[in-house]
Write a new protein. Structure first.
Length: 279
């Protein structure tokens, strides 16, 4: 089977520890574009020397999931693009099954694999088909039919991490386009392992800030400011209570986590951009 009409796009940030397992799972006949959110020239050189099918682009700054993937997509020349997290591994028949399903459906925007968590949440539903429509997919692996996005664009770059894939899926559905899940397409996803272990704590702080920022922004964008404020209020109160509670226990780690959640809420509420970054 020819892979001439598909390119894999991988957005990385301090991913040296796990990227090789991902790339080892990708057929060398597949074009791969890596967007590395740093100026790490050694990372770029190592990957391009080891993998003949890889082109790695350095951003200099940490662009995040949405903007980084959009940059990768802008460099794709093929009909389809597979957005793939660096902590995911393809199985032997993954790409073949994506292409078979794409040929069968034709007019689709996104196809997703049967992730275990996602599959368990739908396996008791009334779907008997192997391929069926869904409202959203997880962002670790999204097979995009690029022509379908000309009028709606790709990821909203106001998001840094979290909910950008749900936002994209919502815009796809709002424009009467289709999203499919194929139960036969399998990708192994570690989840939360897209970066090196030595920045685990910094990433945890960043995730808590951006999770709250994105939650408020997403709901404000789609349901309005008042609705978003009501939905985020329990998180706001919870963060304050837990900061006070863990202060009594002198649990600095926990205090910092809930401070980040509180700051994420406040900055999104005030209309500020998702500016928080780690080096």
């Amino acid at each position: 089977m020819s892979f001439d009409n598909i390119t894999v796009v991988i957005n990385t940030f301090h991913s040296q520890d796990i990227i090789n397992e991902c790339l080892d799972s990708i057929d060398l006949n597949l074009k791969v574009i890596i967007i590395e959110n740093s100026d790490n020239i050694n990372f770029k050189a190592d990957l391009e020397n080891k993998y003949s099918n890889v082109n790695c682009y350095l951003t200099g700054d940490n662009l995040g999931y949405a903007k980084g993937n959009n940059l990768g997509i802008s460099k794709v020349k093929t009909e389809y693009a597979l957005i793939l997290n660096p902590d995911a591994k393809l199985r032997k028949d993954t790409i073949k099954n994506f292409l078979i399903t794409a040929k069968k459906i034709k007019n689709f925007s996104i196809i997703g694999p049967a992730d275990q968590d996602e599959f368990s949440s739908i396996k008791n539903h009334k779907f008997q088909e192997d391929v069926f429509q869904v409202n959203y997919l997880k962002g670790f692996a999204m097979f995009l039919n690029l022509n379908e996005f000309k009028d709606i664009g790709f990821f909203d770059e106001n998001f840094f991490i979290y909910l950008e894939e749900i936002d994209l899926c919502k815009r796809v559905k709002n424009n009467n386009k289709t999203i499919y899940l194929d139960k036969n397409i399998k990708i192994d996803h570690l989840g939360g392992k897209s970066h090196n272990e030595n920045i685990q704590y910094e990433m945890e702080l960043s995730r808590n800030w951006h999770w709250m920022w994105s939650k408020f922004y997403f709901n404000k964008k789609h349901y309005g400011f008042l609705s978003s404020s009501i939905k985020i209020f329990p998180n706001f109160v919870s963060a304050i209570i837990k900061i006070l509670f863990y202060s009594l226990l002198l649990k600095k780690h926990k205090i910092n986590i809930y401070k980040m959640r509180l700051l994420g809420i406040l900055n999104s509420f005030m209309g500020k951009k998702s500016f928080y970054r780690i080096d």
